[in-house]
Design a protein around this ligand. Structure first.
Ligand SMILES: C[S@@+](CC[C@H](N)C(=O)[O-])C[C@H]1O[C@@H](n2cnc3c(N)ncnc32)[C@H](O)[C@@H]1O
Length: 223
């Protein structure tokens, strides 16, 4: 649907890359000036994820996680490294991954890979990840690329693994953002993309206690 809004796919991606290259490698930079909501965000994510983690039947194991559109590793540092033995990061902006090395500190030794790559081109290793966390980045992919990326993620999951998408949702339709070259989709479209990728939504929640002036943020657990 948003492909009508994206008339030139090449410039959609290159404009986003240019935008992120100019953004400071800080928590505030990752959150568009809303660095103050980072803790609320992380606590909401932790509560959501912990419902699925454990060692029993059907539980997702705390082995290896992939942070997609990881930026400087804000989520890796506060959510994934405390819960998983190892983490990989993937982001299109090399400067953010460079910063992640120092930002993550001592615990960052448990990061196995820093992949500098657009998600539209990224091929996660088959059968490697217990959790694939995709937050505040899906709007940078076209519908087609997002469907294909989610399919590759499904193939990269270990048994009982989980994909989590946490992102802004529009009230209706697709809202383009010319500044960072992204789109914001409504929930029916997002659910349709998930189903086209051959995935099921096993849990869906709205993040609470975010400022009223920003988009609603939803968390979807997929298998
Ligand atoms: C809003 S920031 C979110 C960072 C991180 N997920 C967080 O919540 O702290 C968006 C991130 O997506 C990255 N990004 C933008 N387009 C991308 C693409 N096509 N593939 C991979 N990463 C992308 C940017 O470099 C930036 O780090």
């Amino acid at each position: 649907m948003e492909n009508r809004l994206i008339d030139n796919e090449t410039s959609f991606y290159s404009k986003a890359e240019e935008y992120w290259k100019e953004i400071p490698p800080t928590v505030d930079g990752m959150l568009g000036g809303y660095g103050s909501i980072s803790l609320i965000d992380i606590n909401g994510s932790k509560k959501f994820l912990q419902k699925f983690l454990g060692e029993g039947e059907g539980k997702t194991r705390p082995g290896c996680a992939l942070d997609c559109g990881a930026g400087i590793g804000r989520i890796t540092k506060r959510l994934l490294l405390p819960l998983f033995r190892t983490v990989d990061l993937v982001d299109v902006t090399q400067e953010f991954l460079d910063k992640a090395c120092s930002y993550l500190g001592e615990e960052g030794k448990r990061v196995e890979n820093y992949f500098c790559c657009g998600l539209q081109d990224f091929q996660p290793q088959l059968d490697r990840y217990d959790v694939i966390w995709i937050q505040w980045v899906i709007g940078h992919l076209t519908d087609e690329h997002l469907v294909k990326f989610l399919r590759r993620c499904r193939n990269a999951l270990r048994p009982d693994g989980l994909i989590v998408v946490k992102d802004n949702v529009a009230y209706e339709g697709v809202v383009p953002d010319e500044v960072d070259s992204s789109v914001c989709r409504d929930l029916p479209l997002l659910r349709h993309i998930v189903s086209r990728a051959g995935l099921c939504i096993i849990c869906e929640e709205q993040q609470q206690n975010f400022p009223e002036e920003i988009y609603q943020v939803h968390i979807l657990a997929l298998r």
